[in-house]
Unconditional design. Structure first.
Length: 532
């Protein structure tokens, strides 16, 4: 929390809530009686901001479902659907640094808001900056949904997503799983779901499983960061565990590491977890519901996620859709399939965000914890590790090898200059190094050389830099600026199909070097490299 209109504080939070309230009353039928659900994480001021928001909505006659204690972000989108609310707010900065606060807004459909909702809400906020008098509100309008949401969330997770409840208690991994909440809220809730699945509860990392807004044992409270799982892996070594599972501070993301037979730890990438969970959910669903045709099921992932999930879907006959990065796009995209009577199975983004089943429409690390544990359990019964099964998936569907990293870019003008130079005034490159470019997609300016009229299918955003190169050798490379952090990210993946893994890995590194030196030029532009 900092002063000023560009930061989150009591004034800007009240103004944000006022704008949302005005918009909902004007645009959503019976918005006040349907109510709004509000949750908050364990960061400094999150509870204060949530309670302030609740009073704003109560003043305008809204029924307010305000959680009585910190909760995981997944409870809010789930609660919207379960309580049939007109909207939802989650006060969280997710995995951002400890100094940050954040405010996530969900629509009546249970998904994060997108245009035109977001732009109309912004206008409503700007038109309602004068602070309302909150001294007199009807306190009876504010109720606590925690017990009901917690119970139904767990029950439905088991009903829809647990496939081996009878045998789960006898898992070969009993006593061999370590969990860390990264000083977030996950430690308060993940055992509910894991226990309901019939799985033995994991061993908690003592120093990291109680909520702490100062995040004392980690530099960044992000399970993706290099070294973020070191303490958990050390704890696993101490007790003889072989699997580490982590959620981020608001429990909507999940990370995983597995000890291999040679004693080394493998930290799974977001893409590796996504492929494992996606393949597990498909095979489990298909076995339980053989009467459902593959073409009546669907999965989604983002434009910067691995192409392997798409290959699985294409091979099996499952509907697949690619979206822009972020669950606000996937959450809204999947709704049309549900409306069409399709069975939604899974969606993921490579930044360790996973949505399993149709209980809600935003990423969820809590129920993915139980699903990942059940998957690992069934593989262990067959004497296999997660990594070994991942290799089996590659053998069946093809090798996709990726190089995904980032540079820090703190100056927006530098970011713009880098991408403007890549555009060459509209004359994009035809090759990078010795590698021929066959297609270019620029979702900042709305250009796609592979589409009719050079018009991209995916939405265009002038405020976000994003260019993708497609190469003749099956490689794709997306370069983009982060929407929430001062990072210039790159996602480079080669589709090696059924070629030699070592050969295509070497080719991936060669083309990666060419792309970085030709397009990003980190030394020239002074980009800071993290400890990767």
């Amino acid at each position: 929390m900092l002063p000023g209109y560009a930061n989150m504080n009591n004034v800007t939070v009240q103004q944000a809530a006022q704008g949302i309230a005005v918009y909902l009353l004007k645009n959503v039928a019976d918005a006040a009686s349907k109510g709004i659900i509000i949750g908050y994480d364990g960061r400094h001021h999150s509870q204060e901001f949530a309670r302030l928001s609740a009073r704003v909505f109560a003043l305008k006659g809204f029924k307010v479902f305000l959680f009585s204690q910190m909760c995981g972000t997944p409870f809010v989108p789930y609660g919207i659907l379960k309580l049939k609310c007109s909207a939802g707010v989650m006060v969280t900065a997710s995995h951002n640094p400890k100094e940050d606060n954040g405010y996530k807004v969900y629509g009546e459909n249970g998904a994060l808001i997108i245009s035109p909702f977001d732009t109309e809400v912004s206008k409503a906020i700007e038109q309602n900056l004068q602070l309302w008098d909150l001294s007199k509100i009807d306190e009876d309008l504010i109720v606590d949904p925690l017990d009901m949401i917690r119970l139904r969330y767990v029950q439905q997770s088991v009903e829809k997503l647990c496939y081996h409840k009878e045998t789960n208690p006898t898992t070969p991994l009993k006593g061999k799983i370590v969990y860390t909440a990264m000083h977030g809220v996950g430690g308060l809730y993940v055992n509910d779901v894991i226990g309901a699945f019939g799985l033995p509860l994991p061993h908690f990392v003592p120093s990291q499983c109680k909520p702490d807004p100062n995040f004392p044992t980690v530099t960044f409270p992000n399970p993706e960061e290099t070294g973020a799982l070191d303490i958990a892996m050390a704890e696993a070594e101490k007790i003889g565990a072989t699997l580490v599972i982590a959620t981020d501070p608001d429990a909507d993301r999940l990370a995983c590491a597995e000890k291999q037979h040679d004693g080394k730890w493998h930290v799974l990438t977001g893409n590796e977890i996504g492929v494992l969970v996606g393949e597990w959910l498909w095979s489990s669903f298909h076995q339980k519901h053989p009467e459902v045709k593959p073409q009546d099921t669907c999965m989604l992932s983002t434009a910067v996620s691995s192409g392997l999930l798409q290959r699985i879907c294409k091979t099996e006959g499952i509907i697949y859709e690619e979206t822009l990065t972020g669950f606000k796009w996937m959450g809204n995209a999947l709704l049309k399939y549900l409306a069409d009577g399709k069975h939604f199975l899974f969606a993921y983004e490579e930044s360790i965000g996973y949505l399993c089943g149709d209980l809600s429409y935003d990423k969820d690390g809590m129920r993915t914890c139980a699903i990942m544990t059940e998957c690992a359990t069934e593989l262990a019964r067959k004497g296999k590790t997660l990594v070994q099964h991942l290799d089996e998936i590659h053998q069946k569907y093809g090798f996709f090898i990726a190089n995904n990293k980032y540079y820090f870019c703190y100056d927006p003008n530098t970011m713009n200059k880098i991408f403007d130079e890549m555009r060459h005034g509209g004359k994009y490159v035809e090759s990078i190094g010795r590698f021929k470019v066959t297609r270019i997609r620029d979702l900042t300016v709305g250009y796609d050389s592979g589409m009719p009229g050079n018009k991209p299918i995916l939405p265009v955003s002038k405020s976000t830099q994003m260019i993708t190169y497609f190469f003749e050798n099956g490689c794709s490379a997306t370069l983009r600026g982060s929407g929430t952090e001062p990072k210039l990210k790159y996602y480079i993946e080669i589709d090696g199909k059924y070629q030699d893994k070592e050969k295509i890995t070497a080719e991936l590194m060669e083309i990666s070097h060419a792309i970085l030196e030709t397009c990003l030029r980190p030394d020239h532009f002074g980009l800071a490299k993290p400890n990767q």
